[in-house]
Design a binder for this molecule. Structure first.
Ligand code: PEP
Length: 258
């Protein structure tokens, strides 16, 4: 069985007082979260400590980015091992993930697939799970190149991994034209791409690996459309931007699985 995951990407939003309030509200609502859904929050890195330690609910957390390097003269960067060292609890570890290759990092920081492969390696070496983001632009979809683009992103960023390591990766398919735009991929478009990604994993590794990889959809996912998206056989949850900024709408999405 694949893990069902609902993850919130806060991007560069919220200050400490907002985070405290958010976590309080999330705790109050937490009894309504289905027990078979893993809930993850990706706050700005300076709030990771709060998110990781201030809830009674077993909220998982993750960073929005990490360095492609192990350590050294890289001003402003945070290494995967630094992130991992923020939560040393073996059994109840909460800080378990890191986003890699979100389209905003690809677009505004020119992050290429090869660099992202190094970030993936750093994270896995520190026992953190990469949530590897992929997805086509509007022009690429309009020219029917979406599969070619996603295949290249996944092949270059992930398929250098041996099977045992790949099993610690989560994939987020996020069509760039749907992120923050209010436009959502139809459930058919999303399912088609998720099934395609799963077929690539099967081709590269094997059917068990393909069937056990969680593939999340991201792009204007919200309470009103999550049910239809999550009903698709290859959609294992969502990476949520805007709708994750309010605990009530975020928690509502966790209830959207059948
Ligand atoms: C995202 O940035 O990962 C995202 C999916 O954003 P939104 O839900 O706001 O489209």
């Amino acid at each position: 069985m694949r893990k069902k995951i609902v993850a919130g990407n806060w991007k560069m939003n919220m200050h400490d007082i907002d985070v405290i309030q958010y976590l309080k509200e999330l705790d109050e609502l937490s009894s309504t979260i289905p027990t078979d859904v893993e809930v993850v929050v990706f706050p700005p890195a300076i709030y990771l400590d709060m998110v990781t330690n201030l809830t009674d609910y077993e909220l998982k957390s993750g960073a929005q980015d990490c360095s492609a390097n192990e350590n050294g003269a890289y001003t402003g960067e945070i290494s995967a091992s630094m992130l991992a060292s923020m939560d040393n609890e073996e059994e109840t570890k909460r800080l378990t993930y890191c986003l890699v290759g979100h389209s905003e990092r690809r677009q505004y920081h020119n992050e290429m697939n090869e660099l992202l492969a190094s970030k993936v390696n750093q994270l896995l070496a520190s026992k953190l799970m990469p949530v590897y983001c992929c997805g086509e632009s509007k022009e690429e979809r309009e020219s029917n190149n979406q599969e070619k683009v996603v295949k290249s992103q996944i092949t270059k960023g992930l398929f250098h991994l041996p099977k045992e390591k790949f099993s610690n990766v989560v994939i987020a398919y996020e069509p760039v034209w749907a992120i923050g735009t209010g436009l959502t991929a139809t459930s058919e478009q999303a399912q088609e791409m998720h099934a395609y990604i799963r077929s690539l994993i099967e081709e590269q590794y094997d059917v068990e690996t393909a069937n056990s990889t969680s593939i999340l959809y991201g792009g204007s996912c919200k309470p009103s459309n999550a049910k239809e998206l999550f009903a698709q056989p290859d959609i294992d949850g969502g990476l949520i931007g805007g709708a994750s900024l309010k605990p009530d709408s975020f928690i509502e999405i966790t209830k959207a699985f059948n």
